[in-house]
Design a binder for this molecule. Structure first.
Ligand SMILES: *Cc1c(COP(=O)(O)O)cnc(C)c1O
Length: 276
């Protein structure tokens, strides 16, 4: 139940209570209805802060969904899919190669040994978090004669289990990227703290935006930081209010996933934490 039918403006709250409750899209009409609802939520969030809805790109996240479901989504008009695991994304890309205008976005951590796959099919990689990965991707892209839009992933929640660079390390990281000429750096990406309290979620988005604003002033040549990829089904309104230009939305479009999020997100630290 949305709170937006009240006339008095109310502070935006995360909708994680909906988590796991989204109805599954099983027909083209289901997709059209879910998409209309998401676009309406985007428009309302934009209106609250005086932004144009066209300034927010909706990236539908299709992870765990099977090929027939993706084909229904395509029939409903979707032309890009975000996937969190490289091999799953590559498999779907191969199976759906007949849909030539479909773009694939890899939004989850990439092991370096998967760079070759990503370089083959991805139009965008949103989880760049190491120079090793940048080097591996660039080398494979050069071999393929391709280039790739990339986002640098930042850990804004301070949780040890989340991938992404420490905010303090991003400036130095960006200075290392211009040598990788096949990578077109577009902006920053983050996953906020997963909480139903806006007061705990919003600071993650504010951190990413202020970091971007600060770094943009003297970004290395060729590095563009126009894009902020932040916000998912439960929190994209907050992210839009704080400046998101890309929202990554899965369950509100496709329906609840049957696999738990722990299958897709690390629950153990990705690397040994450094002593403080
Ligand atoms: C799954 C996922 C999303 C989308 O989450 P939903 O709750 O399905 O909207 C967004 N970003 C990343 C990195 C994801 O893995």
């Amino acid at each position: 139940m949305s709170h937006s039918s009240d006339n008095a403006p109310q502070p935006t709250q995360p909708q994680h209570a909906q988590h796991g409750l989204h109805p599954k899209a099983e027909t083209v009409a289901d997709f059209q209805r879910h998409l209309a609802a998401v676009h309406a939520r985007i428009a309302q969030a934009c209106q609250r802060v005086g932004r144009e809805p066209a300034s927010v790109r909706l990236l539908p996240v299709s992870k765990t969904m099977d090929e027939p479901t993706l084909r229904l989504a395509y029939a409903a008009g979707l032309r890009q899919f975000g996937e969190n695991k490289v091999q799953e994304a590559h498999r779907k890309w191969e199976a759906m190669a007949d849909l030539a205008d479909l773009r694939w976005s890899v939004i989850g951590h990439m092991q370096t040994n998967k760079a070759k796959l990503v370089a083959k099919f991805a139009a965008e990689f949103q989880a760049l978090d190491s120079l090793r990965a940048a080097e591996a991707l660039d080398r494979r892209l050069q071999a393929e004669g391709r280039s790739l839009d990339v986002f640098v992933q930042v850990n804004t929640s301070g949780e040890a289990s989340k991938y992404g660079l420490n905010p303090a390390d991003v400036a130095g990281f960006l200075r290392g990227l211009p040598v990788y000429s096949a990578l077109r750096v577009r902006g920053l990406m983050t996953l906020a703290l997963f909480s139903s309290e806006a007061a705990r979620v919003r600071p993650c988005f504010v951190l990413l935006r202020t970091l971007r604003d600060r770094l943009r002033q003297d970004a290395p040549a060729g590095i563009s930081l126009g894009e902020l990829s932040m916000g998912m089904s439960g929190d994209f309104e907050l992210a839009i209010e704080e400046g998101a230009t890309v929202v990554r939305v899965g369950q509100a479009i496709f329906g609840a996933r049957s696999l738990p999020d722990s299958h897709y997100w690390p629950t153990t630290p990705p690397q040994t934490p450094e002593p403080e």
